[in-house]
Ligand binder design. Sequence first.
Ligand code: HEM
Length: 495
Amino acid sequence: MGSTQGQPSKAEGDAGPSTTVNGLPIREIPGGYGIPVLGAVGDRLAYFWTEGIPNFYENRRKKFNSTVFRMNMIPGPPGFPKNPVVMLLDQKSHKVLLDNDKVEKRDCITGTFVPDLQYFGGYRPTVYLDTSEEKHTLLKGFLFEVLKASRPRIFPEFRKSVSEVFDAWEAGLKKEGKIKFKDELAIAALRFNIKAFLNVDPADPTVEANLGKGVKSTVMTWLAPMFLPIAPAPIPRLLKPVLAPVAELVMHTFPVPFLLVKPKYDQVVKFFRANSKEQLDLAETQFGLNRDEALQNLMFTTCFNSWGGIQILFPNIIKRLASTSPEFQRELREEVRKATGESGGLITPASFSSMPLLQSAVYEVLRMDPPVPSQFGRAREDLIVESHDAAFRVKKGEMLACYLPVIGRDPKIFTSDPQDYNPKRFVGEEGQKLVQYVLWSNGPQTGSPTTTNKQCAGKDFLTTVAQLLVAEVYLRYERIQVDGDNLVALSPPSV
Ligand code: HEM
């Protein structure tokens, strides 16, 4: 039997089953799956409606007095495959999910269901591949090359895109007094993302097969339906009693047929095919990949992995920063100004090394609000998983899962105010020791993605653009203020 940290032991002369591992009592995994189908439906209703997340997790953690327990993952039967998982909610047990010798990551990025492969042109994208599959090495290697080629474009293109967003925000604020800020940011992020990876603007009317001004809605129409089964329904509280049953039936009970989104998907394929000749040549000659498979992967990585994550993360960065004190924001601005002083107010890759406050503020958003909250893996063998307080036997083939927003607030690791956004948390020697526990990328923030692990290929790209966003904000403004989803003030520098 494998073990995450140790082997079971028993008292001398004791012929009975082992009772401890590394001094931890071996405990039966609490929780369960209930009656077939009904148990799954019950958990799904609790997850989305009666309890909601994160309460769903917190309630079970308290009820079972354990950070490891059994539950049904969403979406589940009757319209989706069976969904039993062992949930891991602390930093210690979560480690097993990062150990590729212990867990298989085949077809489990979305948990216990996989969207219809027609959404991906019939291929399994890199995120769905296990490290033991040769294709994983080839496709991830190809994506690393795409990322490398994007480097010279990142800083100038980002600045251009974000300046347009700031102009639009300012105009909106002047006219309306407040402005919903997410949309401008999401469209700019998508155009920037495609420019970085493909070197063309998808909205430019002179570009072949361009997606025009509707680029965001076209891409969303292709992407969103495949993930509807695991997405919460955005229904206002008052309307829930009326609309929840409809949303449950439409979104979470059966998959959305691909045919409904095929026209938009075809448009995205046409655009990528027309504009990624250079990348596909590289995939074919350097990695021996089939051009169509490389194309589908490039498309999915650009639009889902990268932009999908960014469009969740960026608004959270803005909200978290706006929640900090005017004094902190002034301090951040001073740091950015100083660090960019020598490069004439331009942010360069070197600037970040003298912005510890900014870096910490970004890591803290990634700790609190990891954009991809859940990860999964199947036990390759019988395992013993250790939490902080107990050890648990897991059988070969069982699916393990985690929920990062709870793990990121593990009070045994983040001992001071784990539930609060503290932008200075990672500053200084003690703060730096905590960086390894920032796990949004399916690996520690101090680790590196490789073709032999499952850490996010775009970890460094993402960290760079997140830091760029904050630096650009504070180069231009002294303070930002947000109320809910509305931006209500952008204070220009007073000096
Ligand atoms: C994998 C998150 C941005 C490409 C992953 C995984 C996570 C993640 C959690 C691991 C999934 C799993 O195996 O369980 C995010 C978030 C992002 C982001 C939250 C933005 C906020 C990017 C970017 C790229 C990218 C910019 C660009 C190349 C990938 C790829 C994989 C991956 C290719 C699969 C890695 C593998 O199979 O080894 N990402 N990611 N991601 N990500 Fe990201």
